[in-house]
Design a protein around this ligand. Structure first.
Ligand SMILES: [Zn+2]
Ligand SMILES: [Zn+2]
Length: 277
């Protein structure tokens, strides 16, 4: 059998081929040019995807024991967010985005010309490599940043303590952050694709995926389809690992992967008994 005829060969060839994403990219860039070139587009994309991606987990929290099948995956089953905690977190997120992120994005209009949309789409391989590269780079940056904000008392009480108000995380707690923390996270999320010279489509896919994995880290449920269960060998932390960070704040500083905590001796596994307390 000729190697070129095998499905696997065609699949690998397709990954490196720009044609796969070209129709989607042409549709976006030709029909929504002004929207996509606006400095506000990444903000609208990330804020709207945040609330949309929180929604399924929020419904699980609201339905509670009426959905017993879902509740079997709750990491801390005895601890559920109340209506006032959900409203508080949604209020903090809106406050930070409206008063800090939105003005910063509008200000960009004054000094930065709208971005140019390239004619060619990225290949699937470029998208996959770009997304993984961005996740790994952000994971390293946030590990250092997060560790410093726990080890230096002033940084912790001034900026990070608000995120530790809840020791049993839930989806809307993801962006229950100080303005400083949200702005620095947004800065890296915006800067890293530029450093890695990613295509705009890769950047936007990374931004939405990054919102998803951050929400999943805090969702409070360890579903069979959690990213940590789909990626083998404990490479990826996921919701149960970040839940441990909210219970034992001197462990598990990396947001996504496990390697930095294992190297620096701050890795802690989830234990069911501590979750039941
Ligand atoms: Zn957290
Ligand atoms: Zn922390």
């Amino acid at each position: 059998m000729d190697l070129a005829d095998t499905g696997m060969y065609q699949w690998i060839k397709g990954l490196g081929n720009n044609c796969v994403l070209q129709p989607l990219w042409d549709c976006l860039r030709l029909n929504y040019t002004d929207w996509l070139r606006s400095p506000l587009f990444p903000v609208i994309l990330t804020v709207s995807s945040y609330f949309v991606l929180c929604l399924p987990f929020l419904i699980c929290d609201i339905m509670g024991e009426k959905w017993m099948w879902v509740q079997q995956f709750k990491i801390q089953p005895s601890r559920r967010p109340t209506a006032s905690t959900l409203l508080h977190c949604a209020g903090v997120t809106l406050h930070n985005n409206v008063l800090l992120v939105l003005p910063a994005s509008v200000a960009q209009w004054a000094w930065r010309p709208p971005v140019d949309l390239p004619e060619c789409a990225p290949s699937l391989l470029e998208v996959i490599a770009g997304v993984i590269g961005n996740l790994l780079l952000f994971d390293f940056q946030y590990f250092i940043w997060h560790l410093l904000h726990h080890r230096i008392h002033w940084l912790y009480v001034t900026f990070h303590a608000i995120h530790h108000k809840y020791s049993a995380p839930f989806a809307l707690a993801t962006q229950c952050l100080s303005g400083w923390e949200l702005v620095t996270l947004g800065f890296w999320t915006t800067l890293n694709p530029v450093i890695l010279r990613c295509h705009l489509l890769t950047t936007w896919i990374f931004m939405v995926l990054h919102v998803y994995v951050s929400v999943e880290d805090h969702c409070g449920y360890d579903f069979p389809w959690s990213t940590s269960r789909l990626i083998p060998f404990g490479i990826y932390g996921g919701p149960s690992k970040h839940d441990v960070h909210h219970q034992k704040p001197n462990t598990n500083f990396a947001p996504h992967f496990s390697h930095w905590d294992k190297i620096f001796g701050t890795h802690a596994e989830f234990s069911f008994s501590s979750a039941m307390k």
